[in-house]
Design a protein around this ligand. Structure first.
Ligand code: SAM
Length: 322
């Protein structure tokens, strides 16, 4: 097993199935261009082989399928069928929910039991101006159908000053009523926000600000979370839970166990590092040749992790896999 000086290991793999997305969220895709897949994306078979090799070489236990938007990818079915047979402890998916209803039978058949849906507002106008694609009612209906099919839903919201702060309480209530766990994600200095401090600071909303807004209505208590969790979790007694992924306020680099594989075959050990390691060529090689080379790259990727705190990254989330 590959372990660093701080005792960190890769246990959680995020695979960006494609960099194409049917949204172009203002904080993620600055040029507003949707559905742009990289020219040299790997096949579903190569990506699934990547997962199998990484389970062996790095000790991956849990997989999250993300993107881009994973549900727009034609690779989804083949990839999910293959990874579903690898004995992973957990397979989950992060989606904007636009195609959730349509892809639900496939997800249920593949054994998906947990989905994170990114939803920044319940206001249709604000939705259009933040996501720059998709339709709010379709997302909400997809979530209802997934819940009815027994899938556990978490909702990811990025609070943005001046754009959706008025939605913190409506979204929290909406989620509490339906048993969805809402995760606020503090805005991260990724892509254009890494180099434009003003744009970042103008929009950034901290954990403290969120808790103060929520505290005006609800009493909450800090709740248990796994050691390598990214979110600080809270319980509103009698109502449910919410969490905050507080990259800036409560950095979690010291316990980070995440590894990312991009749709073009690059390993990223840290969102905050510009280092990446190409494994696309190894995935066509037989196991006995691929694994030793992969292990050498994994040592490098683990060494890319920040010691303490996230400090920003030039790559945008939809490329690296959010
Ligand atoms: N398309 C899928 C979705 O919408 O969930 C998966 C990919 S998306 C890049 C994954 C998550 O990254 C979303 O919840 C999105 O809000 C978040 N994200 C993207 N850029 C971000 C940033 N700069 N700061 C915080 N979260 C970001």
């Amino acid at each position: 097993m590959i372990v660093d000086r701080q005792g960190r290991q890769f246990r959680n793999l995020r695979v960006s199935l494609t960099s194409a997305c049917n949204y172009a969220c203002t904080y993620c895709v600055p040029n507003g261009k949707r559905l742009v897949a990289a020219q040299d994306e790997l096949s579903a078979e190569a990506m699934a082989r990547g997962v199998a090799y990484l389970i062996e070489a790095a000790g991956i236990e849990r997989l999250r399928i993300t993107g881009g938007e994973p549900l727009v990818s034609p690779k989804l079915e083949t990839f999910m069928t293959a990874v579903g047979q690898m004995g992973l402890a957990d397979i989950s998916l992060t989606t904007n929910g636009q195609l959730l209803a349509k892809k639900l039978p496939l997800l249920v058949d593949a054994g998906i039991r947990r989905i994170n849906v990114s939803l920044d507002t319940l206001d249709a106008d604000a939705f259009r101006s933040i996501a720059r694609g998709g339709d709010l009612a379709t997302v909400l209906s997809g979530m209802d159908q997934a819940r009815a099919a027994g899938i556990k839903i978490k909702v990811n919201m990025v609070p943005l000053r001046g754009q959706n702060l008025d939605q913190v309480m409506p979204l929290l209530d909406y989620c509490l009523e339906r048993g969805y766990e809402l995760r606020f994600i503090e805005l991260m200095r990724m892509g254009h926000l890494a180099s434009d401090s003003n744009a970042f600071l103008q929009q950034f909303v901290s954990l403290k600000q969120l808790l103060s807004q929520i505290g005006e209505r609800y009493e909450y208590l800090q709740a248990d979370a796994p050691v390598d969790a990214t979110a600080v979790r809270y319980e509103i007694p009698g109502r449910g839970y919410f969490g905050v992924i507080a990259n800036e306020s409560v950095p979690f680099c010291r316990t980070c166990s995440r590894l990312r594989l991009s749709s073009t075959g690059w390993l990223h050990g840290c969102l905050s590092s510009s280092n990446r390691h190409y494994v696309g060529d190894l995935l066509d090689k037989p196991r006995h040749q691929a694994l030793p080379a992969l292990q050498r790259l994994l040592v490098k990727a683990l060494g890319d992790k920040q010691e303490v705190a996230f400090s920003g990254g030039a790559t945008i989330m939809k490329i690296i896999g959010g």
